[in-house]
Design a protein around this ligand. Structure first.
Ligand SMILES: NC(=O)c1ccc[n+]([C@@H]2O[C@H](COP(=O)([O-])OP(=O)(O)OC[C@H]3O[C@@H](n4cnc5c(N)ncnc54)[C@H](OP(=O)(O)O)[C@@H]3O)[C@@H](O)[C@H]2O)c1
Length: 354
């Protein structure tokens, strides 16, 4: 007899998965979570804050149109394997704000006694509400946005608060001072910036240094296929100055996996979202991915394992923030081995720079 299937939150699931997810309501974290040695931790730059090498981001698959029980399952899978850093932003959804609400509900229902084991970050910088105060880098926007985020998350403070993208129309002194004040008010413990290039980072670092702000991270896009932080010198600057780089989209939103090996699946980000376009799948890219897969196989890894390990080989990188649409992806993605031979690195470069 064919197994019963349920269509919930935009996806089909079998009876046994459905039953397992329902049991998560009563689930508590695995007491063996730090004993499995599944995860290593690195300091965020020269700060005292340690981050798991692999963090979980809630940009996609945690919005109001997604399946809440799958979200809860992914948070458990991450936490039970030492992934204790969760990265969010005010506008993650869709609907903007709903990822914070969903994560806040999971915290309340399952993790209320585990807050001190978690590093939780949020951000403001993209358009969030109507009018002149819902976007940018002003003190007015950043202050109001963090207050809203804390309400949605049900928290008194976040561990890291980021300015999500540069806002050239706001003086950098105002943005940095606004972030600094939020630390003084106890609403954030550490400060980060995101998507700031080297020149913009230098300007922010000068102000943070003067204020003695606990600025610890720049959150940037970096992966085998996107080398902008190498090209503009940000990577060396981070190592020189002692702040960490925390890397987003390390799998190029799924391109650096086997997801698109046989075409574009219905349940993929490329189908469901505007952030990853089908025209990325050129014959040249597919050939590169095959070359990288061969190197991964020779190392006994899958393509995503290779891609994440490669980003982590660099000590300036404090953590990679992965996204996931299932617990199985998280389990695959925590298997990193950031040691490479010179030959392997040269072979990877020959493929990527081609
Ligand atoms: N600061 C910023 O401006 C900024 C920008 C972007 C992201 N971020 C942060 O970085 C986080 C991660 O970004 P991202 O989601 O783009 O990261 P990513 O890890 O490059 O891509 C994640 C996507 O790849 C697919 N995937 C992951 N593991 C897989 C596997 N083992 N096999 C097959 N497919 C797999 C899944 O897509 P499917 O849904 O298709 O399964 C998943 O949603 C975000 O959640 C957010 O916290 C920050």
């Amino acid at each position: 007899m064919e197994e019963k299937k349920f269509f919930i939150g935009g996806r089909w699931m079998d009876d046994s998965t459905f039953k397992r997810l329902m049991q998560n309501k009563e689930r508590t974290p695995d007491p063996m979570r730090y004993k499995k040695e599944a995860m290593h931790y690195r300091r965020a730059g020269r700060s005292g804050l340690k981050l798991p090498e692999v963090s979980l981001g809630l940009w996609h698959n945690f919005g109001s149109t997604d399946n809440f029980e799958i979200m809860r399952d992914m948070i458990f899978t991450a936490f039970d394997n030492g992934v204790c850093h969760f990265d969010i932003a005010n506008n993650y959804g869709p609907r903007g704000g709903s990822a914070e609400e969903n994560f806040g509900r999971i915290l309340r229902e399952n993790f209320s006694s585990y807050r001190d084991e978690m590093c939780i970050s949020t951000k403001a910088g993209f358009g969030m509400w109507k009018g002149p105060y819902g976007d940018g880098g002003s003190k007015k926007y950043l202050t109001a946005s963090l207050d809203q985020s804390l309400r949605r998350l049900g928290l008194e403070y976040v561990d890291i608060f980021y300015h999500h993208r540069p806002a050239p129309e706001t003086p950098i002194e105002e943005t940095c001072y606004a972030l600094h004040r939020l630390v003084e008010q106890g609403k954030a413990l550490y400060i980060g910036i995101s998507n700031y290039n080297r020149e913009q980072t230098e300007a922010a670092v000068a102000v943070f240094r003067e204020l003695k702000t606990p600025f610890i991270l720049n959150q940037v896009c970096y992966n085998l296929l996107d080398r902008r932080i190498e090209e503009d010198g940000l990577k060396e600057y981070a190592a020189e100055q002692g702040f960490g780089l925390i890397v987003y989209s390390p799998l190029a939103q799924g391109l650096l996996t086997d997801k698109y090996k046989q075409g574009v699946p219905e349940d993929s980000r490329m189908r469901k979202s505007f952030t990853l376009k089908e025209d990325r799948l050129t014959p040249a890219l597919l050939a590169k991915l095959e070359g990288l897969r061969a190197i991964a196989a020779a190392r006994g890894q899958t393509l995503p394992e290779l891609a994440l390990s490669w980003v982590l080989k660099d000590r300036a990188v404090s953590s990679v923030i992965i996204g996931a649409s299932s617990s199985a992806q998280i389990l695959e993605n925590i298997k990193v081995d950031p040691t490479f031979t010179e030959e392997e690195l040269a072979a990877i470069e020959a493929i990527c720079k081609d």
